[in-house]
Ligand binder design. Structure first.
Ligand code: NAG
Ligand code: NAG
Length: 196
């Protein structure tokens, strides 16, 4: 019965969120120089076990163009943020690079990004160039924060399965649009179901 009441409570909950401007210092459009690599032995997509807790969504969202971040993970606030990442070898790399969504935390050899292999490939001009870049493993890159865009999706609160435990609620936020961080979520009860 306690479990039943608990679920009723949360199914009738309203979510309110707060967004803050990304910490982009003074220059919102400037690229920052850094390094990137890719998940070893990945199957093109990212990982379903990412630190952001997205599960398989974290591997497949954005067509599999996802990444782990090191300092940009920012204790989880960086989860769901989008970055444009482009490599700098003009002979092999495309001008626009790729836009990735952060779904995991990690660093390797002074990298800011560990891209899915799918995203890593997309920084190349051609498939031959992609093979060359993959063989290098770690690349000099430039990145900048960009707005996330999911034209056919609404923001979604995915309640974690563990929330079936009494007095516990966990969820992740899918399809966070725009360039702002979600730093807090407030819940308020809008009505309580009868306990009988
Ligand atoms: C990778 O993602 C694509 C598109 O999202 C999907 O069709 C494919 O099945 C995924 N591959 C794996 C190994 O999960
Ligand atoms: C997004 O929300 C609108 C308004 O509630 C709704 O009409 C639309 O079907 C939703 N889209 C998806 C993909 O759920």
């Amino acid at each position: 019965m306690a479990l039943h009441i608990f679920c009723g409570f949360f199914l009738t909950t309203t979510f309110v969120f707060m967004q803050t401007l990304a910490d982009t210092s003074s220059c919102t459009d400037c690229f920052v120089n850094s390094r990137a690599t890719y998940y070893p032995h990945s199957e093109q997509n990212g990982t379903a076990n990412g630190a952001c807790g997205f599960g398989s969504f974290g591997a497949l969202v954005n067509g599999g163009d996802v990444s782990a971040a090191s300092s940009l993970y920012r204790n989880g606030v960086g989860c769901g943020a989008c970055y444009q990442v482009r490599c700098t070898e003009s002979e092999y790399c495309s001008d626009n690079g790729v836009i990735v969504v952060i779904t995991d935390q990690g660093s390797s050899d002074n990298t800011d990004f560990i891209l899915s292999e799918h995203a890593f490939d997309r920084m190349a001009q051609t498939t031959d160039a992609a093979s060359y870049l993959l063989a290098l493993g770690v690349l000099d890159i430039q990145y900048r924060r960009v707005a996330c865009s999911y034209p056919h999706e609404n923001i979604t609160f995915k309640i974690d399965e563990s929330s079936s435990n009494p007095n516990y609620l966990a969820f992740v936020i899918w399809y966070q649009q725009g360039i702002r961080d979600i730093t807090a979520v407030q819940l308020c009860e809008v009505y309580t179901l009868s306990t009988n």
